[in-house]
Design a protein around this ligand. Structure first.
Ligand code: ZN
Ligand code: ZN
Ligand code: ZN
Length: 364
């Protein structure tokens, strides 16, 4: 993490930014490993372009900040209940000589904090912290890649047990609760559980509900959790008892599209080319209009982050980038299908984090 802070400071100097101000967020976890609570009391990491970072926290949160190890990387600065933390931040930025510089504010810092800081620092110029953080976080370091592979293996193990849960008469919600428990066997948190049976599968972000599974249902199961700070996210399709009419052929086309998209991944290729690989295949098969979302999203500390695998994103892929490849076909009123794996760009191609079979699994 010392390397990450150093790289952030280098990015600040390169972009002529005086300091980066980071509240509770994925960026804070990334830079100093502190999982701060989003509270009305100000917690703020000050990263100056040069000099030592400081972590401003309310006194009552100081023990958590110390436990996280963050205070080994940034000077701990506490404020009492009756103090004004914004004055304190201003004074430190004045002392660092950057009160009139360009200041980058972390993308998710609350408006109440940002506006208070702007009122104290009227001569500063403001920009979103993403301008600085994006380039850092989009390329994963080896520890992060290992964490993503670990999360991938953990969610693979959950999918391996999904077939035993899909029985006619059980509701999506019942199945979803069982899956959530399985996720917790080797994750620290459940992030989301989508169980979409029959016609519900045609809604990509269907909310798991009270519909009972029936024989002949296709079921889209898209699940993810957080393991050691990194996210999993994986989709497979199942059928209850038997495949519905036309599903086998549709699913085969989808498998080919997903395979084509993964095969397109390598350093130097623009992100949008991966989307095109999946989309062209589905379009040629007549499903172009039934693939209603982008092909993928970056993943790491957050389940949706850069890079986005979408038409119009010409960002060249680089080794260490990690994202989902998840084409889908949705036939309203009938059923849907989506196949999703997480992949990491390697020096000479691609590695998958998920290894379960991709074909549709008929549950007896
Ligand atoms: Zn999604
Ligand atoms: Zn997903
Ligand atoms: Zn996803």
């Amino acid at each position: 993490m010392r390397t990450r802070l150093a790289r952030a400071q280098q990015a600040l100097r390169d972009q002529d930014v005086g300091a980066l101000l980071v509240g509770p967020s994925a960026d804070l976890r990334y830079l100093v490993g502190y999982h701060a609570l989003p509270l009305e009391r100000l917690t703020l990491l000050l990263v100056p372009a040069a000099g030592d970072p400081a972590l401003v926290v309310p006194t009552l949160e100081a023990p958590r900040a110390v436990d996280s190890g963050a205070t080994a990387l940034a000077e701990l600065v506490t404020w009492e209940e009756t103090e004004d933390p914004f004055d304190l931040v201003r004074d430190r930025l004045v002392a660092a000589g950057v009160a009139e510089a360009r200041l980058a504010v972390q993308d998710q810092l609350w408006a109440t904090f940002t506006l208070a800081l702007q009122a104290r620092l009227p001569a500063a110029r403001w920009l979103p912290g993403g301008t600085v953080m994006r380039e850092l976080r989009v390329v994963k370091d080896p520890d992060e890649v290992a964490a993503l592979h670990g999360a991938g293996a953990a969610i693979d193990a959950v999918h391996a047990r999904v077939p035993e849960l899909l029985r006619p008469g059980r509701t999506e919600r019942e199945v979803g609760r069982d899956i959530a428990e399985l996720i917790l066997e080797d994750h620290d948190e459940v992030d989301f559980v989508i169980v979409a049976g029959g016609p519900n599968g045609a809604s990509p972000h269907h909310e798991t509900g009270e519909r009972a599974l029936e024989v002949g249902d296709a079921v889209v199961v898209d699940i993810g959790g957080v393991r050691r700070g990194y996210c999993s996210d994986m989709t497979r399709n199942y059928a209850v008892g038997r495949l519905p009419d036309g599903y086998a052929a549709l699913h085969e086309v989808l498998e080919e599209a997903q395979e084509a998209a993964v095969a397109a991944v390598r350093p130097g290729v623009p992100a949008e080319a991966v989307d095109a690989a999946a989309r062209d295949h589905l379009t040629a098969a007549g499903y172009g209009e039934r693939f209603v979302h982008r092909t993928g999203h970056g993943i790491g500390i957050e389940v949706h982050e850069e890079p986005y695998i979408v038409a119009g994103n010409d960002l060249p892929l680089a080794a260490g980038m990690a994202f989902s490849v998840e084409p889908g076909i949705y036939l309203p009123g009938r059923y849907g299908a989506r196949i999703e794996d997480i992949v990491v760009v390697t020096e000479d191609g691609v590695a998958r984090c998920n290894h379960r079979p991709r074909e549709v699994l008929v549950c007896a």
